[in-house]
Design a protein around this ligand. Structure first.
Ligand SMILES: *Cc1c(COP(=O)(O)O)cnc(C)c1O
Length: 388
């Protein structure tokens, strides 16, 4: 049989980590003591209150049916209350909030509702990959906006030219940012909203890391700024906020027309989030403050151990104010991020992610995830000392 992949599948950016994946598998098969700073998946368990509520809700047969397309109304009400308290943003739970099977699901489905063949999505580079793949699956083309250190890893909107902007339908932004761990000020959100209004763009702010922040910094909502709700939506997730990556639960909030488009796509593809998980999501929002206070302290200590440790070895890294990543420029003599990550795995049994994997402008950097204990991070620094 001759099966061919579709053009849209063939158009996806190439997967660059084949060599590193092979080396990882080999290292694991050889039972080497690997320190995995590669994956953005919290190592701590989901809070027990959330698990207990899931168990209770799973026993309730009312929760065994297909969920409503628009999600449970009590979960939506709870999200509205959380948004009000956390961001001082008022949302209509009927029309401005939609639960998702994890935010990745909504992020990648959104272009299907708004992109026609030939249209463009403006996408930061480096970035979380689904912005690109969602656009490509919808028949559109990603147009990359470089995030460079000299510009505090913010896209330079003035560099976008008119022919591009005429075809652009969506602009993705992501603060606090993965992979660069950078943040933005309110002024940037305001600029984006003005820009979006001028060129009739949909703003999609990926706020997956809005709750992982340090040193007293509290990220704001894009929907809070003037023109925010008029131009955009914001994606949230309980994955990082409450250590629930495996549960698949998130939500999108904001402009009602955009939400309606995403909801229509979804109602033709999936049938929503298991009701018991939506109920557990309510508990997660109930306990989020207490849980986050503990987690952010843990991440902050790990961040300090890694950044202080690497800086003692001669790196020059500023402490990020949010996310559980550290984005570090490669040491002088290394040729490429893939080569450096390979060396670190070979010689020190440490997994880190090469920046190029997030896009061309990620070259020259590597990403460390703070998802192992402080002791293991210290051990990683000791091992790096021997090889750099
Ligand atoms: C982890 C992550 C998400 C969250 O994905 P879920 O599908 O909600 O688990 C979204 N955006 C970015 C940038 C992330 O790193």
């Amino acid at each position: 049989m001759q099966f061919e992949f579709s053009d849209r599948l063939n158009k996806l950016p190439p997967y660059l980590f084949v060599e590193i994946d092979r080396a990882k598998r080999k290292a694991r098969a050889e039972k080497r003591d690997i320190i995995d700073l590669g994956i953005g998946d919290p190592d701590e368990p989901t809070p027990k209150e959330v698990i207990e509520f899931l168990c209770k809700a799973a026993h309730d047969s009312k929760n065994h049916h297909y969920p409503l397309d628009q999600g449970s109304s009590i979960f939506r009400d709870r999200i509205a209350r959380w948004y009000k308290e956390r961001f001082q943003v008022s949302l209509d739970p009927e029309r401005e909030i939609l639960p998702l099977l994890g935010s990745k699901e909504g992020i990648s489905h959104m272009p299907m509702a708004f992109i026609n063949p030939g249209d463009i999505s403006l996408i930061p580079d480096p970035c979380y990959p689904p912005y690109k793949s969602g656009t490509i699956f919808a028949g559109g083309a990603p147009y990359l906006m470089p995030l460079i250190e000299e510009n505090d890893f913010l896209p330079d909107l003035n560099k976008l030219n008119y022919p591009t902007l005429k075809k652009a339908k969506i602009i993705y932004i992501n603060y606090p940012n993965n992979p660069t761990a950078s943040i933005c000020e309110k002024g940037f959100f305001e600029d984006v909203a003005i820009f979006a209004k001028k060129y009739n763009l949909i703003v999609a702010n990926d706020a997956a890391y809005s709750e992982i922040a340090f040193d007293g910094y509290r990220p704001i909502s894009f929907l809070k700024v003037e023109g925010g709700k008029e131009t955009g939506v914001e994606f949230h997730s309980l994955s990082k906020t409450c250590n629930m990556t495996g549960w698949r639960i998130g939500f999108v909030c904001g402009n009602e027309k955009i939400i309606a488009g995403i909801a229509k796509v979804k109602s033709n593809i999936d049938s929503g989030v298991f009701n018991a998980i939506q109920m557990a999501g309510i508990t997660a929002l109930d306990i989020a403050d207490k849980h986050l206070e503990r987690m952010n302290k843990i991440y902050q200590e790990r961040r300090d151990a890694l950044v202080d440790g690497l800086n003692k070895l001669g790196w020059i890294i500023k402490k990020p104010k949010a996310t559980f990543y550290v984005w570090a420029r490669l040491p002088e003599k290394s040729k490429s991020s893939i080569e450096f990550a390979g060396l670190v795995l070979d010689k020190a049994d440490i997994i880190i992610t090469p920046g190029i994997g997030f896009g061309e402008s990620g070259e020259g950097y590597v990403r460390f995830a703070l998802t192992v204990s402080k002791e293991r991070i210290q051990e990683a620094v000791d091992r790096l000392k021997k090889i750099i």
